[in-house]
Design a binder for this molecule. Structure first.
Ligand code: ATP
Ligand code: MG
Length: 330
């Protein structure tokens, strides 16, 4: 039997380059070696989008198409909808007894996210949002996943999952698998605005399905070295967001780009145009596959239906074992 992977995304918006280099690329590369489950985490998306359920619903299909576009093969991997697996909700309730409020409040990623969502949570965060790492532990363990390809921001969540597993196994009996994280090629891709993380919520992304013109426009607005005002000013590539992306998309020529920039032989407009061209080229096969699925919504729905059925069966087996261990097998 192959070992398992659980990985996935929140259907809060289309996926972008951060997802690709943080998690999707590994997800695709590992799907032959591992029995891969890709969760479309709609329940988790609702924790901070409870007032916009239609947005979450629409993005379930968008995020599914993004996964198919980058090369997740539904013949090899199981793509499923989280809310259709009630065993995850049940496990979440059982695990909630194993985690203290202080522990949840200590999670640095959740802390950062709560700070970003001041407008939504005002004076106090919801129980659901604070507790989402518990439901994430249920997502991972209900499939007995060994490996979880994620971006760096998710490491505290995996650590919390491992703690829950150890506590559960200690109290009720050793049946849960303790998962390992797998960080992608770029642990945390910066945004085009230079901010620490490219994120759906920060409006600083290049989406995997963006049209070439959109990519060009976004790249032209990217932040460069503020000290380089005129074309012939010497630049500092190490602080330039455009150069940061050249290192990913123009690997073969990026040493030359850096030298030209430092000597003042390279203008930012030209530099951005070259970058946009390379990103557009890189994303072309992904964009084309995405357009294929966009034209075939029934095919996408069928992939989700088949995947969700398979995920349900796998989850039911774990829940049966959990209930036996907890004397809940009436
Ligand atoms: P949201 O703002 O709604 O949370 P998000 O952009 O953070 O959206 P998620 O769906 O939460 O996206 O993340 C899905 C996966 O992609 C996670 O494993 C996450 O770590 C990874 N990821 C997201 N953004 C980046 C990034 N900029 N760099 C590396 N990995 C990322
Ligand atoms: Mg996120």
């Amino acid at each position: 039997m192959k070992k398992r992977i659980l990985t996935g995304d929140r259907p809060t918006g289309p996926l972008h380059l951060g997802h690709y280099f943080g998690a999707l690329k590994d997800r695709v590369a590992l799907q032959d070696e591992y029995d891969t489950f890709v969760i479309i985490a709609d329940v988790q998306a609702l924790t901070d989008n409870f007032n916009d359920p239609k947005k979450v619903r629409d993005n379930v299909y968008q995020v599914t198409m993004d996964n198919l576009a980058v090369g997740i093969d539904p013949e090899k991997s199981t793509i499923f909808i989280q809310s259709m697996i009630p065993q995850i909700a049940e496990l979440t309730i059982f695990y909630a007894n194993l985690v203290t409020i202080a522990r949840l409040q200590r999670n640095p990623t959740v802390k950062e996210e709560i700070a970003q969502k001041k407008e939504l949570f005002k004076e106090s965060v919801t129980y659901g949002f604070l507790g989402y790492p518990i439901s994430q532990a249920a997502d991972i363990t209900v499939f007995g996943a060994h490996l979880v390809p994620v971006g760096e921001d998710q490491l505290p969540q995996i650590e919390q999952t491992r703690e829950i597993v150890r506590k559960f196994n200690h109290i009720y009996g050793a049946i849960l698998v303790e998962p390992e994280p797998k960080i992608g090629e770029v642990p945390r891709l910066k945004g085009l605005d230079g901010s620490a993380k490219m994120s759906k919520s920060l409006n600083n992304t290049i989406d995997l399905g963006d049209e070439p013109e959109t990519i060009s426009k976004k790249v032209m607005k990217a932040i460069t070295d503020p000290a380089k005002v005129r074309l012939n000013d010497a630049g500092h590539p190490e602080v330039c967001c455009v150069f940061y992306y050249h290192k990913l998309f123009s690997k073969d020529v990026c040493t030359g780009i850096s030298e030209e920039c430092k000597k003042g032989d390279r203008g930012c407009v030209q530099c951005k145009k070259e970058l946009a061209k390379n990103i557009i080229e890189y994303l072309t096969p992904i964009r084309e596959r995405r357009r294929y699925y966009e034209a075939r919504p029934k095919e996408v729905e069928e992939i989700l239906r088949v995947g969700t059925r398979r995920a349900y069966e796998a989850a039911a087996i774990t829940l049966q074992q959990v209930k036996e261990k907890m004397f809940l097998d009436y």
